[in-house]
Write a protein that binds this ligand. Structure first.
Ligand code: ATP
Ligand code: MG
Length: 566
């Protein structure tokens, strides 16, 4: 017995280690070796745009690790570059991070709050002979830097004395020099095989107003110098970033070491998340917004977090998606269908299944009493009785989907056609008796008769029917607009045209203006979502829907092309 328990424990432990990703393994190692005694992570967005699904991965990874290890997670705006930042983006980023459920408690920071510390670090480097003021122009610096095959050349200003450097750097700070006239560079190694180590620029002169510090500074630190200091100041332990920074790691380590931070943070890189068939490039999205092809950065066809939220995605579905994708060191693209799978799974049992007709045609039950309305009881979700029941009005005239009637049906068509009997969901059996057409031969009204004995829930079992169709009673129907979406681009057809413009899917948006939904949806509010029987999951649009004019976004259809292998 005891033996058994032990084996189970061992295998559980083993399973735990096996399922841990490489970052968790690194953290385990650091904690075991006493490199750190706690875990602190951060998400460091630059406030220069809206966050997208890739950022969601980074947010959930960082906040998730802090939670897993009983540590802390910071939200820090990397606002060291005064040209691009906008308060609008700061606000939207905070909203998105909160919505995703990443809890930074009271730790909301701005890198610009550390400008003083960064300046002091730079002075320290100068005093240690590890930084110098350089008068070369940006172009000359580039030339001197060399490339992968040619080693760099040392700047003629590299051997200025500490005193001279201190004086010049202070003058840089005091506004004596124009933009580009002088820079401060780290003194590392011009012959390093890693170009990032060839005396990188760490401060530049820029006479610009900063959104936080105003005109206090006219010198600004470069990213590779500022970022490690920001992490160190906040006592970050694991600075998790994407792969393109791998070659910058030696510089990161150099900065925290030479600036003499105790217990400095370490950088760990993981692969960016790429999704197929979506557009994430800011430049492209900006153009789509400007050209009016999408109605903003939160257009439901985009994958900014704001767009996903508006489309009807939930934080839970995004968390599930990020978990399924996992953390890896190799760049790869994830199928968009996997994201759809996650939202379907999340909503399946949580949401009511209601009736809505997207492409309506009238169905008249000729033997049903005129003017009579019956309140029929319908379960909200057959697979989840906890969601309860609601009543749905039924009457003589209904709307059904146009595709649910065919005058001359093909084989295996079990819906309405003359002479055929079907079940009206949650209601009665009806037998089709014919239809009316307009002068062009289009069907305008379908006729049928009902059998009062067959009421749903009455236990009627004398005969069965093969088809069940959904409906909405005409007298009480609520008119709604439904927007159906397809991806904006298709990877297989090529995302770009020969001229570099986007190869857009002309069918990415279909607007259905005259849909009918059951009256239980009358008071639906922004972000409320439902399963519309057979038509998919829909969410009330937060931008355009009003109580007088309901607008629904289709989040996802019910059918999936994506299979998860278990
Ligand atoms: P983009 O250019 O796509 O807007 P970015 O890297 O410029 O992305 P930042 O605000 O600088 O955006 O990034 C904040 C954090 O998000 C960084 O740590 C970055 O590594 C991470 N990140 C950005 N894109 C992705 C992605 N596709 N997958 C995972 N993490 C990402
Ligand atoms: Mg960036």
């Amino acid at each position: 017995m005891e033996e058994n328990t032990k084996t189970m424990e061992v295998s559980a432990e083993k399973e735990n280690t096996v399922s841990k990703h490489f970052i968790e393994q690194e953290i385990d190692k650091d904690l075991a070796e006493g490199v750190y005694d706690h875990v602190q992570t951060r998400f460091p967005p630059e406030p220069n745009g809206y966050l997208h699904i890739g950022h969601a991965k980074s947010i959930l990874l960082n906040s998730g690790l802090a939670k897993e290890y009983g540590g802390k997670f910071n939200l820090r705006f990397d606002d060291t570059n005064p040209t691009k930042e906008k308060t609008e983006f700061v606000e939207s980023i905070i909203e998105d991070v909160k919505w995703l459920g990443a809890d930074y408690e009271d730790r909301l920071f701005f890198a610009s709050d550390y400008f003083e510390t960064m300046y002091e670090c730079a002075v320290l480097l100068i005093k240690k002979g590890k930084a110098f003021v350089c008068d070369l122009s940006a172009e000359e610096i580039r030339e001197y830097r060399g490339d992968f095959t040619t080693p760099g050349k040392e700047s003629p200003y590299r051997n200025r004395s500490v005193e001279e450097n201190l004086k010049l750097f202070e003058e840089m700070k005091n506004g004596v020099y124009a933009d580009g006239e002088k820079v401060l560079r780290a003194k590392i190694d011009m012959s390093s095989p890693n170009i990032n180590m060839r005396d990188p620029v760490i401060y530049r002169v820029a006479h610009m107003t900063h959104h936080n510090t105003g005109d206090k500074w006219c010198i600004y630190p470069m990213y590779d110098f500022a970022h490690p200091i920001e992490d160190a100041v906040e006592h970050i332990t694991h600075s998790i970033c994407t792969l393109e920074f791998e070659d910058h790691r030696p510089l990161y380590d150099w900065v925290v070491r030479e600036c003499e931070f105790e217990n400095p943070p370490r950088q760990i890189e993981f692969a960016k998340l790429y999704l197929t068939n979506v557009i994430t490039g800011k430049r492209y999205i900006k153009k789509l917004v400007e050209d009016g092809i999408v109605d903003g950065w939160d257009d439901p066809r985009l994958v900014s977090i704001a767009a996903l939220r508006r489309r009807g995605y939930t934080p839970e579905s995004i968390r599930k998606f990020v978990e399924l994708v996992g953390v890896s060191k190799a760049n790869s693209s994830v199928d968009y269908a996997m994201l759809e799978y996650c939202i379907r799974e999340d909503l399946k049992l949580k949401k009511s299944r209601v009736m809505a007709i997207l492409d309506p045609i009238k169905l008249v039950i000729d033997n049903y009493p005129e003017g009579q309305i019956e309140e029929l009881v319908a379960p909200n979700n057959m697979e989840n009785p906890e969601l309860g029941e609601r009543t749905v009005p039924f009457g003589r005239e209904l709307y059904i989907e146009r595709e649910d009637f065919m005058e001359e049906p093909p084989k295996k068509y079990f819906r309405l056609f003359p002479g055929n009997e079907v079940r009206l969901m949650n209601a009665y059996f009806v037998t089709c008796t014919g239809c009316e057409k307009d002068e062009n031969g289009n069907v305008t009204v379908v006729h049928c008769t009902y059998d009062p004995e067959t009421k749903s829930g009455s236990g009627f079992s004398a005969r069965k029917v093969k088809g069940t169709i959904h409906w909405v009673a005409a007298a009480t129907a609520v008119t709604a607009e439904c927007r159906l979406y397809e991806n904006l681009v298709d990877e297989e057809k090529g995302k770009l045209n020969a001229d570099g413009t986007l190869n857009l899917n002309p069918n990415s948006l279909t607007v259905l203006k005259e849909c009918y939904v059951e009256p239980s949806l009358k008071d639906a509010k922004a972000y409320d979502s439902f399963q519309f029987v057979r038509n998919g999951f829909f969410c009330v649009d937060a931008k355009d829907s009003t109580p007088e004019h309901l607008v629904f976004n289709r989040i996802v259809s019910l059918k999936s092309s994506f299979k998860i292998s278990k």
